[in-house]
Ligand binder design. Structure first.
Ligand SMILES: [Zn+2]
Length: 462
């Protein structure tokens, strides 16, 4: 069997002509074997995390990540590697947030906190006010303005861990962080604290993007660790409690940055594109290992691996490392604008932005002109080749960066790694390389590479 595969790999470029089911099965097995033994993605993730570190848009880390990923892809022997300019917001944290709870029952206690991304700093000396706990934005909206005016609002709704997928739990709790400060500001609050969007009780606060509007422009907002959210809630129940908040965030001028793109040209329909990507920027805490260093190295390995086996795709296979997913999505918007203006057709766009966990399959959504049922039923005929590797298809998926491609894409697909641990680390100081298992990361690269070969071979329709 190895001999057959060996002969197959010596062909002047696999494909062009369609592979047989048997030869595809051999090829899949060999790609997994190569990914598991070479551990290329882990090698790159180590460099990205340990030599470059976190890389918020506009930061020096982001610039270095652009240079590094371009020069790394330059070594793959691709048909083209380039930088796509995109202006990005440039927010700086400016120092650690200080948050102190002042409770008649429990005294003064420092709480573990991180300012929310894009949020403004307080005046020197911070703000201090009584704190009111709410669970939802609707509950806050229903309160009389006089009750909110001059107060600090504490959003304390936990992620619902009864959900099967932690991404759904996150999605159902994220409005507090994104819109909470805007609504609180509208009603006259002077500050906002939110319970971190975390799947664990611990001392790590988790930052993330908040919507800065006319009403929240001057309102500091912080995320508290889940342990300290519990502590604060207990204090409030015991009696009127105050919070002191001092933050240093600053929004600077937009800065020029780049999406990093590489591709292997299609041999039969080069104008049809299969895209795989992740986002190169991260929050300014931890290493951005899970979010989304892992998605970047997954995507890079797809092109590396296809070149290594001398695979000649029917369609153009393109890897895009998007800039600024976290606090602006400018990279995704710039990419889609350019693709739509050039009338490029993305048969499939796949994003890996769910961490480095063991992959369970792909979540699939339809572009504007695609029938999801028909595509799923066609793909069902070949996804069985990936069943031994634990890979299935699920309706519903995609990714933030590829979302704007919807009008011009056949399918939008998201890699779905096992999600139990992802929100323990997401946007926090503990999102570091040490949370990533090399073999699980390699399984993600292999799942993407082999799925893309199947899409390239068999398309999305009969
Ligand atoms: Zn992400």
């Amino acid at each position: 069997m190895r001999l057959i595969l060996f002969c197959l790999l010596l062909l002047p470029g696999i494909a062009g002509a369609q592979l047989t089911i048997d030869s595809t099965a051999f090829l899949i097995r060999d790609i997994y074997r190569q990914s598991y033994t070479e551990l290329k993605a882990y090698e790159w993730l180590t460099t990205l995390c340990k030599d470059i570190g976190h890389r918020l848009s506009g930061s020096e880390g982001a610039e270095r990540a652009v240079e590094w990923s371009k020069s790394t892809m330059d070594t793959f022997g691709l048909d083209k590697v380039w930088l796509q300019p995109t202006l990005v917001p440039h927010w700086e944290r400016g120092g650690n947030a200080q948050v102190i709870m002042i409770s008649p029952e429990y005294g003064a206690q420092t709480l573990m906190a991180l300012a929310l991304g894009n949020s403004p700093g307080t005046p020197k000396g911070g703000v201090r006010a009584e704190v009111i706990e709410v669970q939802t934005i609707d509950e806050l909206r229903a309160m009389p303005d006089e009750k909110v005016k001059g107060k600090i609002i504490f959003f304390n709704r936990a992620m619902d861990m009864g959900q099967l997928n932690t991404f759904a739990a996150y999605g159902n709790a994220a409005d507090q962080r994104y819109s909470g400060p805007h609504v609180a500001g509208y009603k006259g609050a002077v500050g906002v604290a939110i319970r971190s969007l975390s799947s664990r009780q611990d001392d790590y606060p988790h930052t993330g993007s908040t919507f800065v509007s006319d009403t929240s422009r001057n309102i500091p907002s912080v995320a508290l660790s889940t342990n300290d959210a519990v502590r604060l809630s207990k204090a409030i129940k015991a009696g009127p409690t105050e919070l002191f908040i001092e933050t240093h965030g600053k929004m600077l001028e937009d800065k020029m940055s780049y999406n990093v793109i590489g591709e292997i040209k299609g041999t039969i329909s080069p104008d049809t594109i299969i895209l795989v990507g992740g986002h190169l920027d991260s929050w300014d805490v931890g290493d951005g290992a899970q979010d989304d260093g892992s998605g970047c190295v997954h995507s890079m390995e797809v092109l590396y691996r296809l070149k290594k086996i001398n695979y000649k795709p029917r369609y153009t296979i393109r890897c895009v490392l998007f800039m600024n997913e976290e606090n602006g999505l400018r990279g995704g918007l710039t990419y889609a604008d350019s693709a739509i203006s050039k009338n490029e057709f993305h048969m499939v766009a796949i994003e890996s932005d769910g961490g480095a966990g063991m992959p369970t399959g792909f979540g699939v959504s339809a572009g504007e002109h695609t029938k999801l049922d028909e595509a799923l039923s066609h793909m069902g005929t070949f996804i069985s080749l990936l069943e031994p590797y634990g890979i299935g298809l699920f309706p519903g998926g995609g990714g933030a960066d590829i979302g704007p491609l919807k009008p011009k894409a056949g399918l939008l697909i998201g890699l779905r790694p096992q999600s139990a641990r992802y929100f323990d680390y997401h946007h926090a100081d503990n999102d570091v390389l040490e949370t990533v298992h090399p073999r699980e990361l390699a399984a993600g690269s292999a799942a993407l590479t082999t799925f893309i070969i199947l899409l390239d071979q068999y398309g999305i329709y009969k």
